[in-house]
Unconditional design. Structure first.
Length: 277
C-alpha cells in the first residue's frame, strides 16, 4: 500500500502491480471501484491484468485507507475528475486505460468529457446509466430512497445483505464470499455512504449524448439475467458509444466484477491488447 498527496492535501491510498517483463514499457490501467467500496475488491483481476499492464488500484477519497473528508465536503463529478487527474499526475501516469465496476464505470462518460485526452480506453462492468427504475428500487431496499435505506439500517452490513439478492446471486457466489463482500464494503463510514448517495449518485446520467462523444474503445460487461441491470440498459451503452463492444456474461449477479471476476478480466485483457493505443 502506498499513498499520494493531492493538491488540496488529501492523501489517497493505492496499490500498484506489475508482473510483466521488466524490459517492456506497458500501458497503465487505473481501476475504479464502485460505490463506497475500495481497491481490495479487485483482488481476482490483478494477477490477470498485471501480467501485461502496470495496474494502479486507488481507494477513492473517503474510501479504503484514503483520507476521509470533514463533514460538509462538496462531492461532485468535477471533484472526482480532479482527484483522478491529480492521482495520475502524482503517479507519473500521462494516459491510462480505465476499468470501472458499477458506479466506477457509471462516472466514466462524464470523466471522459472533462479529461478525454488522458483516457486510452474505458471498460465498464455492470454499470447502470443512472439511479432509476429497477436499480433505484433495489437500492432502496423497501425504503423510500437509497439514502433513507442507508441511514435507517441497523448497520451497513444489514443494508448490504438485505439488498444483495440481485447483486450477488446465492447460487453463483458462496455465503463466505458474500459475507466478506458485505464486511469489506461496510468499512467505508456510513457518513460517506450517505453523502455519496445524496450528492454524487443523483448527478450521474449516462445519456446518449455523453456516450456518442466518447472517442476511445469502450467495453461493456452486462449480466444475462439480472433485474438490477437489464439487457436493454446494457445495450444503451454500446448502441450509443461509437467504438464500443458488448459482452453479455451468463449470470444473475449484477456485481460481475466480483461474481465473474476471472472471466471478465480475461476478456478485458484481450480487448485491451487488441485495442492498442
Amino acid at each position: 500500500m502506498a499513498f499520494v498527496t493531492l493538491r488540496d492535501g488529501a492523501r489517497i491510498s493505492y496499490q500498484e502491480f506489475g508482473f510483466y517483463e521488466p524490459w517492456t514499457q506497458p500501458d497503465t490501467i487505473v481501476m475504479m471501484h464502485g460505490f463506497c467500496r475500495n481497491s481490495a475488491f479487485w483482488y481476482a483481476w490483478i494477477p490477470i491484468l498485471a501480467r501485461q499492464f502496470r495496474v494502479l488500484c486507488p481507494d477513492l477519497r473517503g474510501c479504503g485507507k484514503s483520507d476521509i473528508p470533514n463533514p460538509g465536503f462538496a462531492w461532485s463529478l468535477q471533484q472526482l475528475n480532479d482527484d483522478l487527474m491529480d492521482f495520475m499526475d502524482t503517479t507519473g501516469t500521462a494516459k491510462a486505460h480505465f476499468i470501472g465496476e458499477s458506479m466506477g464505470g457509471m462516472v466514466m462518460p462524464s470523466i471522459y468529457q472533462r479529461s478525454g485526452e488522458r483516457i486510452l480506453s474505458i471498460t465498464a462492468c455492470s454499470s447502470n446509466i443512472g439511479l432509476r427504475g429497477a436499480f433505484a428500487k433495489e437500492m432502496a431496499g423497501g425504503s423510500a430512497s437509497m439514502t433513507e435505506a442507508i441511514t435507517s439500517a441497523p448497520t451497513l452490513q444489514h443494508y448490504i445483505r438485505k439488498t444483495e439478492g440481485s447483486r450477488l446471486a446465492a447460487d453463483e457466489v458462496s455465503e463466505q464470499a458474500r459475507a466478506w463482500y458485505a464486511d469489506e464494503w461496510a468499512k467505508t463510514p456510513r457518513r460517506i455512504w450517505q453523502e455519496w448517495s445524496e450528492q454524487l449518485v443523483p448527478t450521474i446520467d449516462v445519456t446518449p449524448e455523453l456516450l456518442k462523444r466518447i472517442d476511445c474503445p469502450l467495453l461493456f460487461f452486462g449480466p444475462s439475467r439480472c433485474v438490477k441491470l437489464s439487457l436493454e440498459e446494457a445495450r444503451h451503452w454500446t448502441d450509443n458509444a461509437p467504438r464500443s463492444r458488448l459482452e453479455i456474461i451468463d449470470s444473475a449477479s449484477q456485481a460481475l466484477a466480483f461474481a465473474k471476476a476471472e472471466q471478465c478480466a480475461d476478456i478485458t485483457v484481450k480487448f485491451l491488447m487488441q485495442s492498442g493505443r
